[in-house]
Ligand binder design. Structure first.
Ligand SMILES: NC(=O)c1ccc[n+]([C@@H]2O[C@H](COP(=O)([O-])OP(=O)(O)OC[C@H]3O[C@@H](n4cnc5c(N)ncnc54)[C@H](O)[C@@H]3O)[C@@H](O)[C@H]2O)c1
Length: 386
């Protein structure tokens, strides 16, 4: 048994540990007691896709440790990540009789974590919550940093994460053992966020993350538990440093949390397109979040080439890494680039009407720049058209 790793997230509003390693979920009650000071009522929001034995085992352990445990299943689909379902989650907390000294546990992927965190932020104006991510994407990215929320449907268009709150968890437990049941497509989606971190990690304490990821790829793809634990821990450490420096994404200039949106302005514009598919098999549409991020990273890198922030060949270099992870490097069924750029102009990251982009500007380094002309953006989008 390998020792568990622990990374501290020191955000101004709360400091907490992310415990990483095979078997870490078994330690949830002890770790919870240590971080919350007591174990009272706990409501567990369980991802619908998780094998039942994982949630049964967790609730059994909490119960054995003296918690009063209730649970409910949450649908993990983007079109179900909406206020109507949040309302049902809040009703479940009230029905379970949680008060402000009790705690919410999220056991699921990024959708369940974002929704359970937002329910915890809103219920009685805020109760503590523990995040137990069960997808790679949620382990390396979504579970850290306290962004919680839901999508908003406006004029029949799903606007991603439009309603939410910054509400840090009190503890995160990332057990790579639960990834065994995750399908390959979702597993690979998580790797896209790891590539994003590698493209910006040099200023955040891990200059060699891209090199390490490339050289350990065989172990990562084989889901070797110790390699996965190191992958998760290194990615969490990068994100923790960024979040600690700028919890609410308010830092001006090139230094803050906005850097984590690398590739995401492009990604958000394509992931809500019903028609966009990662392969010629259109039944695979729409794109998963991580697939859209992979494509968004290519667009951002191509934009950096076109604006001379990076030399020619950079986008191809990135494509080779993403392909070796079996991530898409082109999308099928994209609309005209103008439609995608219009959607980018409506992204919530647009500040005072000015679209800003995060672009890679050197090995492991990124910067926030005003968006270039629409013509350049069109060319960058053409780089991912099948
Ligand atoms: N809060 C943040 O900082 C942040 C960061 C990145 C992404 N996100 C959000 O995260 C969401 C994407 O999260 P995701 O990639 O984890 O996808 P997801 O939550 O949609 O889960 C993917 C699928 O895997 C299933 N699943 C989850 N765990 C499983 C397991 N162990 N075994 C089998 N099936 C399992 C789910 O039921 C779902 O069908 C998006 O809504 C995105 O906006 C949030």
């Amino acid at each position: 048994m390998h020792p568990l790793r622990s990374i501290t997230v020191a955000a101004p509003s709360r400091t907490y540990d992310v415990v990483v390693g095979p078997g870490s979920l078994a330690e949830l009650p002890d770790r919870m007691r240590a971080s919350l000071g007591r174990l009272g009522r706990v409501h567990v929001f369980v991802d619908e896709g998780l094998p039942a034995q994982v949630s049964h085992e967790l609730t059994r352990r909490l119960h054995a440790a003296g918690c009063t445990v209730s649970s409910s299943i949450v649908r993990a689909r983007e079109d179900a990540k909406v206020l109507q379902n949040l309302y049902h989650m809040l009703q479940a907390l009230a029905a379970a009789g949680l008060d402000r000294s009790d705690a919410v546990v999220a056991l699921g992927g990024g959708i369940v974590g974002d929704m359970a965190g937002f329910a915890a932020a809103s219920y009685r104006r805020g109760v503590r919550w523990i995040n137990c991510p069960t997808t790679l994407l949620a382990m390396v990215d979504a579970s850290v940093g306290g962004k919680t929320g839901v999508n908003l449907r406006v004029q029949n268009e799903l606007q991603k994460n439009m309603v939410g709150a910054f509400w840090q968890p009190s503890l995160v437990i990332a057990d790579p053992g639960v990834l065994e049941s995750l399908d390959d497509r979702h597993f690979r989606s998580g790797l896209a966020e790891c590539v994003k971190h590698a493209l910006l990690s040099a200023d955040w304490g891990d200059e060699h993350l891209e090199h390490w990821t490339r050289t350990r790829l065989a172990g990562i793809l084989a889901k070797d538990p110790d390699t996965l634990a190191e992958l998760i821990a290194r990615n969490v450490a990068v994100k923790a440093r960024v979040v600690g420096s700028d919890e609410r994404e308010e830092a001006p200039g090139p230094s803050g949390r906005a850097l984590l949106n690398l590739g995401h302005t492009f990604a958000h514009a394509i992931e809500t397109l019903e028609s966009a598919s990662p392969s010629a098999d259109r039944s695979l549409a729409p794109l998963h979040h991580g697939e859209a991020v992979a494509l968004g990273l290519i667009c951002a890198t191509r934009t950096a080439e076109l604006t001379r922030h990076l030399g020619q060949g950079s986008a191809d270099h990135l494509r080779s890494l993403l392909s070796s992870m079996h991530l898409p490097t082109v999308a099928y069924g994209l609309p005209a680039p103008g439609e995608i750029v219009d959607r980018m102009h409506h992204d919530k990251k647009v500040l005072a009407g000015t679209l800003r982009l995060i672009l890679p500007v050197g090995p492991g380094r990124c910067a926030v720049v005003p968006a270039p002309s629409d013509d350049i953006l069109h060319q960058a989008i053409e780089a991912i058209r099948a």
